[in-house]
Write a protein that binds this ligand. Structure first.
Ligand SMILES: C[S@@+](CC[C@H](N)C(=O)[O-])C[C@H]1O[C@@H](n2cnc3c(N)ncnc32)[C@H](O)[C@@H]1O
Length: 220
């Protein structure tokens, strides 16, 4: 598969159609939360404006995943109905929910909003891990230097290590600055990233080239 260890630019709903079925070992992804997010500096996230059309891509994500494997998907807590219906329609089954606890508030309104969240979804019936990951995890702020909603590599690595094996292919169809792909390389996995915005694809490719050189030096 020529897309292995590549960041592919395009709409994942289209790009996923070019991938063969049952080819990917794990999906870890952080789609737009559908909340019209605007950072203080004015940066926006594409397709975060309430149009949930991109959720249709989960059917192809299900198709490209191998049987008996996992998909970890971050989501916007106040849009859970839309995410859940897309996951169920695609065929995914929820088997867990992970919360990252922040030591600061992202926002304050009816509550101080101090967590991020993701569902652990399965295709089929994967085996249970010998030592299950705790479903409350410590959060680390990435600094959002390259992307307005960048996830820290340190919060993604435990997911990749828990739900895939060395050499496996990890797919992130909403890859942004490439954090999932970086976490995959640092965990000895292969990756496929898909991202709509050219600027983030360029950044991710440069970032990954550095990380791949580092991983190769370490392995030598
Ligand atoms: C929440 S951000 C992901 C950030 C990423 N986790 C990181 O650490 O940088 C969601 C990303 O999905 C991208 N996106 C939105 N719609 C898309 C689509 N249809 N296909 C591919 N990428 C898309 C956005 O441009 C954005 O970079």
């Amino acid at each position: 598969m020529t897309s292995i260890n590549q960041i592919l630019q395009g709409d994942c709903a289209e790009v996923l159609k070019s991938l063969p079925g049952e080819a990917v070992d794990l999906v870890v992804t952080d789609p737009p939360y559908l909340v019209n997010y605007r950072e203080r500096t004015g940066r926006l996230v594409r397709n975060d404006n309430g149009n949930a059309e991109f959720l249709g891509a989960f059917s192809d994500l299900y198709r490209v995943l191998k049987p008996n494997s996992f998909c970890v998907c971050f989501y916007g807590w106040n849009r859970v109905d839309q995410f859940f219906s897309a996951w169920r329609q695609a065929g995914f089954r929820p088997v867990g929910h992970i919360v990252w606890q922040k030591d600061y508030s992202s926002r304050s309104a009816f509550l101080q909003y101090r967590h991020e969240q993701a569902y652990l979804l399965v295709k089929g019936n994967p085996g249970r891990p010998a030592k299950p990951l705790a479903d409350v995890q410590p959060w680390e702020y990435s600094g959002n230097r390259a992307h307005p909603t960048e996830k820290a590599v340190s919060i993604l690595r435990p997911l990749i290590q828990a739900f895939s094996k060395p050499g496996d292919i990890v797919l992130d169809p909403f890859s942004g600055s490439g954090s999932t792909a970086v976490a995959a390389v640092l965990s000895g996995r292969r990756y496929i990233g898909i991202e709509l915005e050219a600027q983030y694809c360029r950044h991710a490719r440069t970032r990954l080239a550095g990380v791949e050189r580092y991983a190769a030096r370490k392995a030598a």
